[in-house]
Design a protein around this ligand. Sequence first.
Ligand SMILES: *[C@@H]1O[C@H](CO)[C@@H](O)[C@H](O)[C@H]1NC(C)=O
Ligand SMILES: *[C@@H]1O[C@H](CO)[C@@H](O)[C@H](O)[C@H]1NC(C)=O
Ligand SMILES: *[C@@H]1O[C@H](CO)[C@@H](O)[C@H](O)[C@H]1NC(C)=O
Ligand SMILES: *[C@@H]1O[C@H](CO)[C@@H](O)[C@H](O)[C@H]1NC(C)=O
Ligand SMILES: *[C@@H]1O[C@H](CO)[C@@H](O)[C@H](O)[C@H]1NC(C)=O
Ligand SMILES: *[C@@H]1O[C@H](CO)[C@@H](O)[C@H](O)[C@H]1NC(C)=O
Ligand SMILES: *[C@@H]1O[C@H](CO)[C@@H](O)[C@H](O)[C@H]1NC(C)=O
Ligand SMILES: *[C@@H]1O[C@H](CO)[C@@H](O)[C@H](O)[C@H]1NC(C)=O
Ligand SMILES: *[C@@H]1O[C@H](CO)[C@@H](O)[C@H](O)[C@H]1NC(C)=O
Length: 624
Amino acid sequence: MGFLLLSLILQYWIHTVEGSCSEGSVVTCDECLLLGANCAWCTEENFTDWFSVSQRCDTLNNLLEKGCDRSHIYLPVSEAQILQDRPLQKKPGAGNQTQISPQKMSLKLRPGSEVTFQVKIQHTEDYPVDIYYLMDLSASMFDDLGNIKDLGSSLSKEMAKLTSKFRMGFGSFVEKPVLPYIHITEEQLANPCSHTSMICQPTFGYKHVLPLTSRTDRFNEIIAKQQVSGNVDMLEGGFDAIMQAAVCGDKIGWRNDSMRLLVFVSDGDSHFGMDSRMAGIVIPNDGQCHLNANNEYSMSTVQEYPTLGQLIDKVVENNILLIFAVTEKQINVYKNYADLIPGATVGVLAKDSGNVLELIVTAYKELRSEIELEALGDTEELRMSFTAICPNGTTFPDVKYCSNIKPGETVVFNVSVELPGCLSGLRRFSLKAVGLQDSLDVELESLCSCDCQQPPTGNSSQCTEGQGVFQCGVCACQPGFLGAQCECNEETALLSDCHATNDSEKCNGQGDCYCGQCVCHKSSFGRIYGPYCECDNYSCVRFRGELCGGHGVCDCGDCHCESGWTGDYCNCSADTDACMSEDGDLCSGRGKCNCGKCVCTVPGASGDKCENCPTCGEACTSAR
Ligand SMILES: *[C@@H]1O[C@H](CO)[C@@H](O)[C@H](O)[C@H]1NC(C)=O
Ligand SMILES: *[C@@H]1O[C@H](CO)[C@@H](O)[C@H](O)[C@H]1NC(C)=O
Ligand SMILES: *[C@@H]1O[C@H](CO)[C@@H](O)[C@H](O)[C@H]1NC(C)=O
Ligand SMILES: *[C@@H]1O[C@H](CO)[C@@H](O)[C@H](O)[C@H]1NC(C)=O
Ligand SMILES: *[C@@H]1O[C@H](CO)[C@@H](O)[C@H](O)[C@H]1NC(C)=O
Ligand SMILES: *[C@@H]1O[C@H](CO)[C@@H](O)[C@H](O)[C@H]1NC(C)=O
Ligand SMILES: *[C@@H]1O[C@H](CO)[C@@H](O)[C@H](O)[C@H]1NC(C)=O
Ligand SMILES: *[C@@H]1O[C@H](CO)[C@@H](O)[C@H](O)[C@H]1NC(C)=O
Ligand SMILES: *[C@@H]1O[C@H](CO)[C@@H](O)[C@H](O)[C@H]1NC(C)=O
């Protein structure tokens, strides 16, 4: 078991792009996750006040350093999980055989992180092969028909050397039977070749003639019965036929587990897309199967030709491998098409189709000797890169295929998936080899929202009822509310802008405007307060270095003296003890006690307590 786990873990690894997690405006855990794949959130209640809530977002180490408890740190980590991994099997038969490993994965990625995993692909030996022969039956193909009358048996003989499960089918095409592609005189309609000595069948779009069958003698019989037809222009309606042969799987008889080869035989180029507008056909091709009871394409004169893009989509979706067997003159045209269609190959068809057997077998062997990885599905928002590790050990960065593969050899691809941003939901995509059915299905989720375990308490006492819920250590406010408890209504907040006067700074530059009210900054000198943070408790007069003489409280610029003290500096004692003279009189009866010192009022009196008064004797005597 330990080994199994270990081997699973080694099949992928994750690389994280380090970002800076400190950005002033972050107020929620979700916003924090977006700053970088290494950013974590401290969910500890009261870890910071509301104004420095962004301090909760930081790297793991910084949060620990700031004193956030490890159990309160929310740090979702990208992960890859292999859900199904049946081993590759060379020999078919045992039911669960597969050509790709693993088969199912789930990825959970932080934006900015990248996961790399390995995909292994191996051709199964004796793979079933379906070959559908799609033939241009315009008049110029007359001699070709004669030359392929034995193709069924000869091809099946050749293919028997390569697979024991071979089937063949046949279909034919000419052109949309409408002006200007055909002449519409009665005679020409019945026999489009009437201007020559030949007898042709009326022009048709596409006919499916022989569903895929292992009875190759049926193929020979069918060929013997075919008759060419005719049309006017040099281009043919072949793409209509490819589209139908690709999407009408049930009628064609493609097997689910086979290699599906569609051999397209023609000596002309093909119309596509809006070419049909000159025939007045303007309804776009819908990519659906439209074969009628006679297995003829019923929308030939109704819908436009498929565009190359539509054709590519359907060919890929249905795992069809196209073999363009075309005459020398057309080779470059079809090479251009094949470059755009995954898995498509082109071979030069002799003028009389004499070499078609060889051409098919060569193309088949070529296809079997190359393994090309393709990604299908929702991949637009992802950055994917591939490295091919081919069987001889050579590594090709940024390459998705290996060639010269021998049967039974395994190709490995290192696949990297990077998520640049958040996704609105799950994304599903699959990786598969071109032309093979088996795929690795991947389910990808972005880790963009915090799920802090502690259930968000509905109407928590921490957060104003109905205006916010407690999540990840902070109140997550309903739209329109803000603040530590979501107590602030943004609308009412707009009524005041926290300016004391038109030309003063917001909150006097000493605080933040919050919900229409100033919340004053903290200061190491003391407390800042007041509706506009215009007050503090440390800017007052000093006496001998002491604020408010050491006997008062500083309040918004004024000293409020403690009892027993007075004066602007609170340096004036109201205590009269120091003014008492020995006889118990205040200042010997000759003065006033002022701030604990006698101020003598009687002329001639002096001394700390006005006790000396040489001129006062007369007064005594006179009194006596
Ligand atoms: C957080 O602060 C509030 C108000 O100061 C207090 O009532 C509450 O108990 C504190 N919570 C914790 C977990 O310390
Ligand atoms: C095929 O795979 C399924 C599930 O992975 C398993 O239940 C079943 O037994 C397998 N069948 C064979 C023939 O191995
Ligand atoms: C072939 O595949 C189709 C679509 O995946 C599925 O509906 C159908 O049942 C399969 N047929 C067989 C015979 O497995
Ligand atoms: C390995 O194979 C690749 C093609 O599959 C080929 O390009 C390369 O030259 C080969 N390397 C060696 C060392 O044989
Ligand atoms: C491919 O992945 C394996 C890990 O499974 C790793 O050892 C190897 O270096 C990778 N190769 C390349 C070319 O990235
Ligand atoms: C919260 O309180 C409001 C009003 O009292 C109520 O309508 C709502 O259902 C409560 N929500 C929860 C989750 O308890
Ligand atoms: C402040 O500005 C407003 C609008 O600009 C103006 O109406 C008001 O009279 C000004 N008040 C003072 C005291 O200047
Ligand atoms: C100002 O107020 C703060 C908080 O009440 C207090 O801690 C500080 O001692 C005060 N400073 C002075 C100089 O009174
Ligand atoms: C109180 O302080 C003021 C300013 O320093 C000074 O002028 C005054 O003399 C002081 N009063 C006393 C009683 O010390």
